[in-house]
Design a protein around this ligand. Structure first.
Ligand code: PLP
Length: 426
């Protein structure tokens, strides 16, 4: 029923509908545990024969209400929260791949995700092949192996701001009988709904625009319900009995809820990356204004990008909303109402000028975070990537002059005035 409302309404109301006399605001169920009248009743939960809460490491009513809201925003059938975006991307991929398997991933992904895949998951025996987001269909298809279990990419990559050709990646994934998993953190479902273009699973670092106020690290995984796990024998974890639950077969017992149920009852049970209900509550509050905030972030970022492009001190600007962007056409197709509030650019004079510029900013704060209400900046070459040489920085797509600006929702005149005075002194 909620899905018939406009996405703005769902941001405010989806996922929680109090009944007569219940709290209007989603309550924080700050309880690790839940009472049952008999061991028999509780035992049924452990065998997945009955629905219900028994321990917050697996599920919690506050978390579930917020997950349901994000599921509605994405247009999915089932969803779950995790304690971080890192956990979301780990669970989303590990839920379908195990030792001896292989995943195809875009190169244009957040550095932490790249490390998760290329170092930590590799240690678990899962191999990755990385392909550029602008890879040709032929090269993309050539990246698959018989043991490939998924394709992973970011819809709008952090920090390179590449816009994913979702249909191209979905087509290749489906031709090889595997799901396309996309991280939709930067556009959020306000700007891009990947399920409409063939993606099967969406992940989020809710830490960014969804929370929106930089209060709570968190993640989410949403299933579109479109992918048929039984079409081949690649996903025995979903289609054959799980002995740790007395032989339950997820696709048979849970239908379209199979993937999220498995991630909850196996991965959350064993690895435990559950958010605290208090963080989920804060995320829910953030989601209420997501539509309003994302619109303002994008309006402000577009104006900032145009201002920077016209400024003599600026060497280059990368923002997919600019006609000069290599991804302008893709952005118009997949994110026609805006991409995100993140703009990257370089100032003339390279690394030293970038540092001078940053040090003169007054309104924009230097922080490692992106995508919250306050304008912030990061100079990767002197902070997150400072161990790299200039050559290594170029190879990583993070030039020594690159400044990542996360445009906030403050008054645009004040943001531009701050940039102007800092550029004047750079
Ligand atoms: N995905 C993207 C696109 C990100 O930008 C980030 C963090 O910056 C993550 C995942 C990881 O999320 P978290 O920091 O919430 O663990």
């Amino acid at each position: 029923m909620e899905k018939n409302y406009h996405i703005n309404t769902n941001c405010v109301q989806a996922g929680y509908s109090p009944k007569n006399g219940e709290p209007r605001v989603l309550p924080i169920v700050q309880s690790t545990t839940y009472k049952y009248e008999s061991s028999v009743k509780m035992g049924k939960l452990f065998d997945l024969e009955a629905d219900g809460y028994f321990y917050t490491r697996l599920q919690n009513p506050t978390n579930d209400a917020v997950a349901a809201r994000i599921t509605t925003l994405e247009g999915g059938v089932a969803g779950m929260l995790t304690s971080s975006g890192q956990a979301a991307n780990f669970y989303a991929t590990f839920n379908v791949a195990s030792a001896g398997d292989h995943i195809v991933s875009s190169t244009a992904i957040y550095g932490g995700t790249f490390n998760l895949f290329s170092v930590t998951m590799k240690k678990l025996g899962i191999d990755f092949t990385f392909v550029r987001p602008d890879v040709s269909e032929e090269e993309l298809n050539a990246a698959f192996r018989p043991n490939t279990k998924a394709v992973f990419a970011e819809t709008l990559s952090n920090p390179s701001l590449d816009v994913l050709d979702i249909e191209k990646f979905a087509k290749a994934a489906h031709a090889h009988g595997v799901p396309l998993i996309v991280d939709n953190t930067f556009p959020t479902p306000i700007n891009c709904r990947p399920f409409q273009f063939g993606a099967d699973i969406v992940t989020h670092s809710t830490t960014k625009y969804m929370d929106g106020h930089a209060t709570s690290v968190g993640g989410a995984i949403i299933d579109s319900g479109h992918f048929d796990w039984t079409q081949n024998d690649k996903f025995p974890g979903l289609t054959t009995p799980d002995e740790s639950y007395h032989g339950v077969t997820y696709t048979e017992r849970f239908g379209k809820g199979a993937y999220i149920t498995k991630a909850t009852v196996q991965l959350m049970r064993d690895l435990g990356s559950i958010p605290s209900p208090h963080n989920a509550f804060l995320l829910g509050i953030g989601l209420e204004t997501l539509f309003l905030r994302v619109q303002r972030h994008c309006e402000n970022a577009q104006k900032v990008a145009e201002f920077l492009e016209a400024n003599d001190k600026v060497a280059w600007v990368n923002y997919p909303g600019l006609k000069s962007s290599k991804d302008y056409a893709l952005a118009q197709k997949y994110m026609p109402h805006g991409t995100s509030g993140v703009v990257s650019f370089g100032v003339k004079g390279g690394r030293e000028a970038a540092i001078r510029f940053m040090d003169h900013l007054e309104l924009a704060a230097i922080v490692t975070h992106v995508a919250d209400a306050r304008t912030c900046v990061l100079h990767p070459a002197s902070t997150t990537h400072r161990q790299l040489t200039d050559e290594q920085l170029e190879a990583a797509g993070v030039g020594p002059d690159l400044i990542r600006l996360s445009v906030g929702i403050e008054y645009i005149g004040d943001i531009i005035a701050d940039l102007q005075q800092a550029l004047d002194q750079a």
